[in-house]
Design a protein around this ligand. Structure first.
Ligand code: OAD
Length: 238
């Protein structure tokens, strides 16, 4: 008997080139809050106060307190069955690119290899004065933290109104255009340019498999809209 999940699984198995776009929802079952769903950060805070260069210029300590709170929550989180399923899919696929909007590093921890981080990495700190970037997982107590050069450090993430890391969107678009399927998991698909990868895939004839408990603006247009948590649905695509 044919079912959407079985048909989607067949497409994953047969695909020569797979692209994946993930968002905060894939880490929800690892205990990390999303931004826009129930209990999400943007229900409690205004993103203008926390995730813009203007907010950081106004009150770097306040912004850092939020990032440090998130860093501590992420530090104790473990990848879930959804992250792990994507690693297994990568191992089997001839060509595979994971494009993530997440900054939590859980895809890395699970073992994903060919990954494009569109919105940076919460474990990277960057100096505003000398530009040096480094990974720093330590607990940051004296906020805002300082670089060895004396300059102020900022989180190595992309804020609203900022450019994506150089070349990241170009590489992501190329992977999507070259894909036979695009798996879109755990994103509300509200934030561009990342969300634009979905219509790009559709326009290029790539079959889109959406994994989300809720419908998004693209659910009616995708080949498969699989409704459920990614830690349950993604393993079923194996
Ligand atoms: P959102 O919080 O906007 O969306 C999370 C999506 O995950 C929603 O569509 C939920 O329905 C879905 N979801 C919730 N639980 C899930 C589960 N267990 N399994 C699968 N899906 C689940 O997060 P993003 O789309 O990632 O950017 O947000 C995009 C960007 O907006 C983020 O990278 C961040 C944010 O503001 C910046 O801060 C620049």
């Amino acid at each position: 008997m044919s079912s959407p999940i079985k048909d989607a699984r067949e497409r994953v198995r047969a695909a020569k080139a797979i692209a994946v776009l993930t968002g905060a929802g894939v880490s929800a079952e690892s205990g990390i809050p999303t931004f826009r769903s129930n209990g999400g950060y943007w229900q409690k805070y205004r993103f203008e106060d926390l995730a813009t260069p203007q907010a950081f210029a106004r009150d770097p300590k306040f912004v850092w307190q939020w990032y440090e709170e998130r860093r501590r929550a992420i530090a104790v989180a473990r990848p879930n069955a959804g992250h792990e399923a994507l690693v297994a899919i990568e191992r089997r696929a001839p060509r595979f690119t994971l494009i993530t909007q997440n900054v939590d590093g859980l895809h890395d921890l699970a073992g994903s290899q060919n990954t494009i981080k569109l919105h940076g990495d919460i474990w990277i700190v960057r100096c505003l004065k000398c530009g040096r970037e480094q990974v720093d997982r330590s607990e940051l107590t004296d906020l805002p933290p300082k670089c060895a050069c004396g300059g102020m450090l900022r989180p190595g993430v992309v804020w609203f109104g900022e450019m994506l890391p150089e070349g990241a969107m170009e590489r992501a678009a190329a992977a999507v255009k070259a894909s036979d399927i695009l798996i879109v998991a755990g994103t509300s698909a509200q934030v561009y340019p990342a969300a634009g990868l979905i219509p790009l895939a559709i326009a290029n004839g790539s079959a889109v498999i959406e994994v989300n408990p809720d419908a998004t603006d693209f659910s009616d247009d995708v080949a498969f809209a699989l409704h459920g948590p990614s830690a349950e649905i993604l393993p079923q695509l194996l």
